[in-house]
Design a protein around this ligand. Structure first.
Ligand SMILES: C[S@@+](CC[C@H](N)C(=O)[O-])C[C@H]1O[C@@H](n2cnc3c(N)ncnc32)[C@H](O)[C@@H]1O
Length: 314
């Protein structure tokens, strides 16, 4: 029997719907019951603590005066994808490769969702050239080439999500626009505190599709979800690299942007965060990372994740 790992979903708290909170409470209870059924598993005991914390936090939240007086909100609609896949075993493939070259080996119209996180400002290395965000003559053609490939590999209803900050957005807008439709610029509010120069508390996520497809997504373009400075350390553990993204923001994108059993491409895989979430969320993953140390770090994370999953196979 396979015990599914407990998913700790802090973003549930951000939702003001009582229905959704009650659902998450029921979810926590189910997970506690499952974990209690296997008291000899060390991992199981750890998970009980997590689920109990979730349980208690939700109870406290529901008991708060704010909730006692609020109107019940309509239940969250399940995300409907235009494409659905029958259940199938998923894979995670990470290549040590330069992305603009390796993407050319990907089959056309085979990727349901691109989730990627290029270096923000220090420049990208393409064919041995190192640039900076000021050297547009080097970096722009690289991203134009990538955008053209993104258009080719996406399925007709595929979606793309590309992290960037305020310094890099203008460059990517120019590079992507001839080949793709930039549908929105999502603001990821990382819920962190004040600091110098008004503190960096948000990042951007460019939401794009093929030009021929206009999806109906619902929701808004401001997403509030903890970053590493505001809670993600608790759920992710210490950062393995400065540029690492929290699992939760990737999970949000995957749930909104890729059907179950679909395929995600990450051309700048870094520490492999997208791969880990794909494995947990039953999505295929194809990723490229050109830096040897980073690639090895990601492989280690992916292998550890696979071992964790196997641990529950009895
Ligand atoms: C911002 S990091 C990605 C971090 C990732 N989201 C995570 O959670 O770990 C960008 C990564 O892209 C890699 N990279 C930069 N240029 C590349 C290229 N041309 N091909 C493949 N990887 C590249 C860098 O080595 C770096 O690891």
């Amino acid at each position: 029997m396979v015990i599914p790992p407990i998913k700790f979903l802090p973003h549930l708290y951000a939702d003001s719907s009582m229905t959704f909170l009650l659902e998450s409470l029921a979810y926590a209870k189910r997970e506690i019951d499952t974990a209690l059924a296997y008291p000899n598993l060390e991992q199981g005991r750890q998970e009980i603590i997590t689920a109990q914390q979730l349980h208690e936090a939700i109870l406290t939240h529901i008991a708060s005066p704010k909730f006692a007086h609020s109107e019940p909100a309509p239940a969250k609609a399940r995300v409907q994808f235009p494409v659905e896949y029958a259940p199938r075993p998923t894979f995670q493939k990470l290549y040590k490769a330069e992305c603009l070259e390796k993407i050319k080996t990907i089959e056309s119209a085979s990727i349901d969702c691109i989730i990627t996180d290029p270096p923000y400002s220090q420049g990208q290395t393409s064919n041995g050239q190192r640039g900076s965000y000021k050297d547009l003559s080097m970096v722009l053609p690289f991203f134009e080439g990538l955008a053209k490939e993104y258009d080719r590999v996406l399925t007709p209803q595929g979606e793309g999500y590309c992290f960037i900050d305020w310094r890099g957005f203008a460059l990517l807008y120019e590079a992507f626009s001839p080949y793709l439709s930039i549908r929105n610029l999502i603001v990821w509010d990382k819920l962190s505190g004040a600091g110098n120069h008004y503190s960096f508390t948000h990042e951007f996520i460019i939401f794009f599709t093929k030009k021929s497809y206009s999806p109906n997504k619902g929701g808004t373009n401001v997403w509030r979800q903890a970053g590493f400075a505001s809670g993600a350390l608790v759920t992710n553990g210490a950062k393995k690299h400065n540029a690492q993204k929290p699992l939760e923001i990737i999970e949000t994108i995957i749930q909104k942007g890729c059907p179950r059993y679909g395929t995600v491409l990450d051309t700048f895989a870094g520490t492999g965060t997208t791969a880990i979430v794909c494995s947990r969320q039953e999505r295929n993953f194809i990723g490229f990372e050109h830096d040897k140390a980073m690639y090895e770090l990601a492989v280690k994370r992916i292998e550890e994740e696979a071992e964790k999953k196997n641990y529950f196979c009895i």
